[in-house]
Design a binder for this molecule. Sequence first.
Ligand SMILES: Nc1ncnc2c1ncn2[C@@H]1O[C@H](COP(=O)(O)OP(=O)(O)OP(=O)(O)O)[C@@H](O)[C@H]1O
Ligand SMILES: [Mg+2]
Length: 231
Amino acid sequence: MKGVFITGTDTGVGKTVVAAGIAASLKARGIRVGVLKPVATGGREDAELLRRASGAEDDPAMINPVFLRHALAPSVAAELEGIEVDVGRIRRTAQTLSERHDLLVVEGVGGLLVPIRDGFFVADLALTLELPLLIVARRRLGAINHTLMTIECAKARGIAVAGVVYNDVNWTEKGTSEQTNPEVIERLSDVPCLGIVPFAEGLDFTHAGPEDFIQRVAAHIQMDRLLGIIS
Ligand SMILES: Nc1ncnc2c1ncn2[C@@H]1O[C@H](COP(=O)(O)OP(=O)(O)OP(=O)(O)O)[C@@H](O)[C@H]1O
Ligand SMILES: [Mg+2]
């Protein structure tokens, strides 16, 4: 399987936005790109946005094979809803999508140690799919800790890490933490910074199209370098 598994240091860091930017940019390069949101909780907007950005024509039920109504960690939501999350189904769906496309852009759920079912975490899913990780992180005080913990967790489990993309979810004054985070984290972890996506004022995620994601997100990511690592 070829592609990238996009995870974050936390929920709400911009995994979907970065995944949409990457998918739209790959598609614009003539690459047949598939998208997968293996597990969604609370809503299916992420999968819909990824479908729109990538132009993938796969069935929405394949793009998001597991949906849980409660906006909770998947194992907790599944227990509440009396559902057993079928990891085998996710794996088979990913396999089918990867046979249909040149590259797969997969968005995880939350961060690496979010439980999908008892004893099976997002990190295990990334490992099962044999895809390198791209970590989306914030630039702010605390980012060194969150990002290095995510990298250590991946390395301890034998998951390859392609790089880190920083995403400014909010507009903030850029102090010393913001300015130094990427360089410090790269030095301490040996994982490259592959981009810094600035706050995209007024970008309406329910209406934005592929061009918006290319210009406002992917333009700030080192796409050639990323492609070299993942393909
Ligand atoms: N660069 C950006 N500029 C402006 N707004 C952004 C940017 N990145 C993310 N956002 C906003 O922050 C919110 C969270 O981003 P996003 O949904 O991509 O995060 P996520 O990590 O995928 O979250 P989840 O864990 O829920 O899947 C989005 O609704 C979006 O409006
Ligand atoms: Mg998301």
